[in-house]
Write a protein that binds this ligand. Structure first.
Ligand code: AP5
Length: 185
């Protein structure tokens, strides 16, 4: 089972992927987590990515593809995976198709979480207060939402055109949303 989980910042991709991976016995691959790990480790890639992430902009397609390709070549992906935060623009969607072609794999489903903008701002304000993630200030969150609308929203249509997309109501409790995702899968 190979899934793409789409949705704006704060829509619950990471939360839901963490639950789905246990339920489906597959791995959770978050490009945001891979990038934050590179920043924390102080790698060259992490140093390049940090300022871009803090500003709420997208890190370069080449750097993120490099991280993803390394991850997809690890043995634990054999049973399947959930991609969270990738692809993030149409160029990445096409690059993913090319990469999967080389790996002789395909995406089974794309799931898009739909959440009201003000709910997103509230969720991320709470996370900012609790965890202090460097890109969760209100101004950067609003910029991330703008970047999503401009660059990532077309990816939803990309998977819809392929007949792979299901839109999921992402409002409500974490368990309710998880059940909707499982029903759709
Ligand atoms: P990334 O880490 O992917 O962040 P994001 O897409 O902005 O997503 P978030 O982690 O903020 O939200 P989420 O949808 O996962 O929601 P979550 O479950 O955490 O990317 C960060 C940055 O890295 C990007 O801006 C970019 O710079 C770079 N990057 C990453 N991928 C890239 C790529 N492919 N190309 C280029 N650059 C890339 O939930 C959010 C909060 O809400 C949590 O506190 C959670 O507890 C809470 N919550 C979740 N569900 C509910 C619910 N139902 N009710 C109430 N609260 C809830």
């Amino acid at each position: 089972m190979r899934l793409v989980l789409l949705g704006p910042p704060g829509s619950g991709k990471g939360t839901q992927a963490a639950l789905l991976k246990n339920r489906l016995n597959i791995v959770h691959i978050s490009t945001g987590d891979l990038l934050r790990a590179a920043v924390a480790a102080g790698t060259e890639l992490g140093k390049i990515a940090k300022a871009t992430m803090d500003a709420g902009e997208l890190v370069s397609d080449e750097l993120v593809l490099q991280l993803l390709e390394q991850r997809l070549n690890e043995p634990d992906v054999a049973n399947g995976y959930i991609l969270d935060g990738y692809p993030r623009n149409l160029a990445q969607a096409q690059a993913l198709d090319e990469l999967l072609g080389r790996l002789n794999q395909n995406i089974d489903h794309a799931l898009a979480l739909i959440v009201d903008q003000e709910q997103i701002v509230a969720r991320l304000a709470q996370r900012a207060a609790e965890q202090g993630r460097s890109d969760d200030s209100e101004s950067v969150v609003r910029h991330r939402l703008h970047v999503y609308a401009e660059q990532t929203a077309p990816v939803v249509n990309y998977y819809e055109d392929k007949g792979l997309l299901t839109a999921i109501d992402g409002m409500g409790s974490i368990d309710e949303i998880n059940q909707r995702l499982c029903d759709a899968i």
